[in-house]
Design a protein around this ligand. Sequence first.
Ligand SMILES: Cc1ncc(C[n+]2csc(CCOP(=O)(O)OP(=O)(O)O)c2C)c(N)n1
Ligand SMILES: [Mg+2]
Length: 655
Amino acid sequence: MSSIDTLCINSLRVVGAEMITKAKSGHPGIVLGAAPILHTLFTKHINIDAEDDKWFNRDRFILSAGHGSALLYELLHLSGFDVTLDDLKNFRQKGSKTPGHPEYGHVQGVEITTGPLGQGIASSVGMALAENFLAAKFNKPGYDIIDHYTYVLCGDGDLQEGISMEAASLAGHLNLKKLIVLYDSNDVQLDGDVNQTNSEDTKGKFEAMNWNYIRVADGNNITSLDSAINTAKDSNKPTIIEIKTVIGYGAPNSGESSVHGKPMPEDDIKALRKNLGYNGPVLEYPEEVINYYKTNVTERGIKAASYWNEMLANYRDDYKEEYDEFIKFMYNEFKLDDLSDMPKYEVGSEESTRKEMGKYIDYLSTKLPNIIGGSADLSSSTMVKGADGVYGPSNPLGRNIKFGVREHAMAAITNGITLHGGLRGYCAGFFVFSDYLKPAVRLAAIMHLPSLFFFSHDTICVGEDGPTHQPVEQLTMFRSMPNTNVIRPADATEMAEAMILAFGNNTYPTVVTSSRQALPNLACTSAEGVKKGAYIAYKSSKAAKATLISCGSELFITINAAKKLEEEGIYCNVVSMPSMFLFDQQSKEYKEEILPKNKLKVAVELGASMPWYKYADEVYGLDEFGASMPIKHIHETYGFTAEAISEKIKEYLNK
Ligand SMILES: Cc1ncc(C[n+]2csc(CCOP(=O)(O)OP(=O)(O)O)c2C)c(N)n1
Ligand SMILES: [Mg+2]
């Protein structure tokens, strides 16, 4: 190893450890162990442009082992991104630009928020998929407009997560050859040695999933690291490079789990410096290191980007039409202006909202060539599938991704597609199995990422399949998630608007749920109302005594209950509230107009009652699991008929 490489790596190690010690919090183990890996990747391979951090054809780097954030911030600093030395010194402090784990949108150069192990590696599959799709769409002879790698650094914990195996299995099947995973294989994790937990053959496992496997026996040997990455770049399959490293390399307790996540005491830092033979300044980089990164990362990256910009200018001359389309993809310039030919439903017709959802997605796919998605082996049930055939090596322009029964990876891959840019990802499944993918939706919400999550079979009206398949508490779960728009439309009018809102939004994830069973298309539902989250769908003929609030498949039943009460001289308005999230953003006046203060408010939903107490005095919900039975018995059994609801409302009014 050249002396400059040694100096760079040791400065990364020491400054990283010092950042963590100063912060009194962080994970020195991975910083000390994996520094040579990322030094090699950044100085010899990765193409990124600190002057244009969103350069479209940049290599994507994902720190799946998000606890190694200190090392990533150091590299971004040295590579010329907007992370200063002071930011490094403020690691993990209140308001700092260097938070505990890498945060997308908060730290320039961070491609994805990571920390929950497994998410990063799974999302990287979505990024590699997006790259492959866009390359197939736009590249022309002599013009590899889209031609970049997706690199991941992961640890033992990442690979123990089920989501990683789901994603790796799909990546191998899809032959995503430009995906390169660098596996920091140090045989140690938080609680002790990995061999207390794992004994499988990583090589055999990945090869069985159609991956290329490379082993680097000494993670400090940058010649081996460099040549492994070169081999991976030429591979015709996705590659995992298992790199044997020593956790906490150079620290007195190196190789032990105690170095994983505890700041090193000052004495240990002294010992580290001595063991590494390093005497650079404290919390600063030697001039040679700064210059080396400037030449080998910053300037190399700027050169690569400017070469690409020149190529794009020539592409514009030679392929005008493709260029214009490419720009639209790159900046997501597709607009939903003219929707005059959107499928329409007659008032009084009956259809399940899942069928309507599927139909609208098919329609919007013709307007939005940049949307891509699919279902977790349920497209014939959710009705959600992408256009242009099944995506895969023989049809890289297919926009229907067959995710297989891999819900968690599906949602994280959807995030990766959306994060990559150029495409917007969506995915679908049974609502009850949204439990399997919730962590990825949560990350989308944290990242302000407009990934779309569509679910069918949104109540116990699933019926025969029984309680394992009947959602009850899932709406509560998503409605309680910050920065997440949950829309539960009542009919085709509301579903159409839900889809327009979902695909038109750019700042948060949207969850749309739909019914298994047919629902009547109502005259009183309103697209404008959906935009506001809630609106009066039924107004009583005389001054209302109570406001009933409902949504989804229970809206028409609640309206029928109000009509029944009206026959008895009890007047109630009915509010349709498809989105609590949007309603919460309305003015105080509007909220009070919809939900008058001085009147009894009763919410009706065939799901857990909890979220409704924010708006209602009484909640007619379902706080138990369902049971297997044909759907025709469900409403009767659980009291979700107009008769049962109206009786209960009388009771509430007489309280
Ligand atoms: C989903 C999830 N579970 C648990 C954790 C807490 N955690 C962070 S790092 C870690 C150990 C991971 O071991 P490894 O990947 O080998 O990292 P190393 O100790 O080698 O740095 C754990 C359990 C987490 N961040 N995410
Ligand atoms: Mg480990």
